[in-house]
Design a protein around this ligand. Structure first.
Ligand code: KG4
Ligand code: ZN
Length: 364
């Protein structure tokens, strides 16, 4: 009580956060005194081991992440048992780090939230069994989280977005368009019939051996394609966006990937170089692939917006399109989507890049 009165005099209009920070400056840990609900989020669905502590007002108290990208780049893709082993090696440290950055002791947590699907079964299993052990020890409630729902709702941490809104999730493992009507009320409008766009970009980058390119050696495939595309001329290759005649909002990327594979093989013959060496036309190919991917994503999203508007599923005056996932950090793709939202009087919102990719904050 004494602490509360003292705090009240210091801040005329104290926010919970300020009170918390003030108490911490005296090394006083309020714990449950202020009834702050603190949730620990744990994410291990793919190749990132991530954890974060978020309070009930959306304040991020701390986070930690270990990315496996570098290892998987060397092995030429994610090998599930390798991902599982790396999650096992890092999860304890990452959770500990998120808690200590937050200056929270495990007993202060109100609940533990963990991704339970979708994802790689072996990777998901590490996060899940770690969390189950923790909730058993701490006697805390467990909140199972759907990874895609977490991606879709992340924007509400940074922007005031009302339901319903349209979401496009594009990453290495996901590709879907959905109408978000509530926290767990989603209407799926379209999805990839085969692979995700990030997976396709990763495969093209591997086929172009971009890991050997001095400027791209530590970048993910998609990022390497974006980087190289800036130096290329997309008009040197005539690639057609997939599914031009399909009257739905689905996507497809494996056909495009095969066409690019053939193009690369042809160019290798022409330039007389071996598979594994870098083509002189690699930047032009990257620019053409990136542009075709952007066109495909933009066209299908355009259909979804028109569909929703015609049926009054989205606000006529204040419709919002949220784009998230690793591929959403691509600026050329964002530009293409911006053309669509401008033409349909929608607002385009993207979470900041660190919240677009997998993280513990979105789970918490
Ligand atoms: O969301 P994310 O971190 O993990 C999941 O796949 O769930 O996304 C990773 C994917 C990879 O395929 C990566 O190549 C792609 O996002 N990516 C990009 C860019 N940065 C990452 N794709 C296009 N342009 C980028 N700048
Ligand atoms: Zn994801």
């Amino acid at each position: 009580m004494l602490i509360l009165n003292k705090t009240a005099r210091v801040f005329s209009k104290p926010s919970k956060r300020k009170v918390y920070e003030f108490l911490r400056s005296f090394n006083i840990y309020p714990g449950t005194l202020f009834l702050h609900k603190l949730v620990l989020g744990i994410e291990t669905s793919c190749d990132d081991t991530a954890a974060a502590v978020v309070d009930e007002t959306g304040n991020v108290l701390g986070e930690a992440i270990h990315s496996q990208t570098e290892v998987h780049l060397k092995t030429g893709g994610i090998i599930p048992p390798v991902a599982q082993q790396l999650h096992r090696e890092h999860i304890q440290r990452i959770v500990q780090e998120a808690l200590s950055v937050s200056r929270i002791s495990p007993s202060e947590l109100s609940a533990i939230a963990t991704t339970i699907k979708p994802g790689l079964a072996l990777s998901l299993g590490v996060g899940l069994s770690f969390s189950l052990e923790l909730i058993n020890q701490l006697k805390k409630p467990f909140i199972p989280i759907h990874h895609m729902e977490a991606h879709a709702l992340t924007i509400r941490l940074t922007n005031k977005v009302e339901f319903p809104f349209l979401v496009l999730l594009i990453s290495g493992g996901h590709c879907l368009l959905a109408l978000v009507r509530g926290v767990s009320d989603f209407l799926l409008l379209g999805k990839s019939l085969d692979i995700a766009p990030g997976d396709m970009l990763d495969k093209v980058a591997r086929r172009l051996s971009l890991i050997r390119h001095p400027e791209c050696s530590t970048m993910s495939g998609g990022k390497a394609i974006e980087h190289l595309a800036k130096q290329g001329n997309r008009f040197h290759f005539d690639l057609k966006p997939p599914m031009q005649r399909a009257k739905n909002c689905d996507f497809s990327f494996s056909g495009l990937q095969h066409v690019i594979d053939k193009t690369i093989m042809q160019k290798e013959k022409e330039e007389g170089i071996e598979k594994g060496q870098i083509l002189s036309s690699a930047a032009d190919i990257a620019a053409a692939v990136q542009h075709t991917t952007a066109c495909h994503l933009a066209k299908r999203t355009h259909r979804a917006i028109l569909f929703c508007k015609q049926r009054n599923l989205l606000s006529q005056s204040n419709a919002v399109l949220v784009v998230s996932g690793g591929v959403a950090s691509n600026l050329h793709i964002r530009k293409a989507l911006e053309i669509v939202t401008n033409a349909t009087q929608c607002t385009l919102l993207c979470p900041p890049p660190r919240l677009c990719t997998d993280n513990g904050i979105m789970i918490a």
